[in-house]
Design a protein around this ligand. Structure first.
Ligand SMILES: NC(=O)c1ccc[n+]([C@@H]2O[C@H](COP(=O)([O-])OP(=O)(O)OC[C@H]3O[C@@H](n4cnc5c(N)ncnc54)[C@H](OP(=O)(O)O)[C@@H]3O)[C@@H](O)[C@H]2O)c1
Length: 326
């Protein structure tokens, strides 16, 4: 028997509850694994509170993210005792997820856990942190370099924003962190921000072209924030768009693209190919200070997950929530 956070939709309505399950109830897969740590991402919070159309099949075990150890495997690449990290590919959406003591998984989709990380550290990074690294890879791919000038990170005290700030700071970029929690300036500076601005400066409708400031941008916020950040990006700069915390709209014009040659790089973590995932995790092992990871992490239990999911959507969480399962 193991514990899992199960979501259900029945005549009585939606429910999210910790239940006890057996291996025999798990769906098919060529790897049976023990999940030691999971986490709450924005998407998990939407699913667990039923605030967004994340879950496509009921009942669903929640959790788009997990790290653990292989118990049994018929997959050629995996054997009992191997440690892995796993996210996306419909986990917690169309396939039972990893806020669960055990899971049966597809070996083709697992990523070997870098030796540098414990399963707890891997989930302190989680989808949010791995997405932050995908953003940094996109900035580099489009030519961004430390020394180019200021790099804007929006949603900076959130999961993506905290990890992006820590990576870019360590790589030597001059990070400007935009946040609604200006009382957290010391936290953001500890992570690696050179300065902190109030997100209100970016949140309202703005002009199509504004004073050039950012050499590059990491944006998990979307909407007017993304439009203003793009309008303030310097000639030839790059903006990595990965989220919608303010909104899914993009109320912008083509002006920054056709007059300043800026690049908008879209970031998807869910269906990213295995080689890109492995690269991102290898770079996280190299470019993220483990001591800073501890600074951004709060550990919670499976039972606390529903309440903390509501807090996360209400913007009351700083950094990353790790769920300890084993
Ligand atoms: N593309 C992908 O594959 C991918 C992967 C992971 C996440 N995401 C998306 O990235 C976004 C962030 O995810 P996360 O896990 O980092 O979530 P999170 O921990 O909740 O962080 C989001 C942050 O955005 C800021 N924010 C919240 N509401 C806002 C608003 N109305 N206007 C402006 N800023 C606001 C807050 O930071 P401050 O308080 O510091 O302002 C908040 O902490 C989500 O939209 C998520 O769906 C996408």
């Amino acid at each position: 028997m193991f514990k899992a956070l199960q979501l259900n939709k029945a005549e009585a309505g939606f429910s999210a509850a910790v239940v006890e399950l057996e291996d025999a109830q798990l769906p098919a897969g060529d790897v049976l694994a023990r999940i030691e740590h999971s986490t709450l991402n924005y998407k998990d919070a939407l699913a667990i509170t039923n605030k967004g159309p994340v879950v496509r099949a009921w009942p669903m075990v929640a959790g788009i993210d997990g790290a653990g150890t292989v118990l049994e495997s018929t997959h050629p690449k995996w054997k009992a005792g191997d440690r892995f990290v796993h996210n996306g590919w419909g986990l917690g959406e169309t396939r039972w997820g990893l806020l669960s003591g055990h899971a049966r998984l597809q070996g083709d989709w697992l990523v070997a856990l870098p030796a540098a990380f414990t399963t707890r550290q891997a989930m302190a990074i989680g989808t949010a942190g791995y997405t932050a690294m995908l953003c940094v890879l996109a900035l580099e791919q489009h030519g961004a370099k430390p020394g180019d000038g200021e790099v804007l990170v929006t949603g900076a005290t959130g999961g993506v924003g905290s990890v992006a700030t820590a990576i870019l700071g360590r790589l030597g970029y001059k990070v400007v962190a935009a946040t609604g929690k200006t009382s957290e300036a010391a936290y953001l500076q500890k992570l690696g921000a050179s300065s902190v601005i109030d997100r209100a400066e970016l949140a309202a409708p703005g002009k199509p072209l504004q004073k050039e400031r950012w050499a590059a941008v990491v944006d998990p916020v979307g909407s007017h924030t993304l439009a203003n950040a793009s309008a303030q990006t310097r000639y030839g700069g790059v903006v990595a768009a990965c989220g919608l915390a303010q909104g899914a709209d993009f109320p912008a014009t083509v002006m920054p693209f056709i007059l300043r040659g800026i690049t908008l790089a879209g970031i998807d973590s869910v269906m990213a190919p295995l080689a890109r995932r492995q690269l991102a995790w290898d770079r996280l092992a190299r470019d993220l200070d483990p001591a800073l990871l501890e600074t951004i992490t709060t550990e919670i239990s499976l039972e606390q997950a529903p309440a903390r999911a509501a807090d996360l959507l209400a913007g009351q969480v700083r950094g990353r929530l790790v769920v300890t399962i084993a």
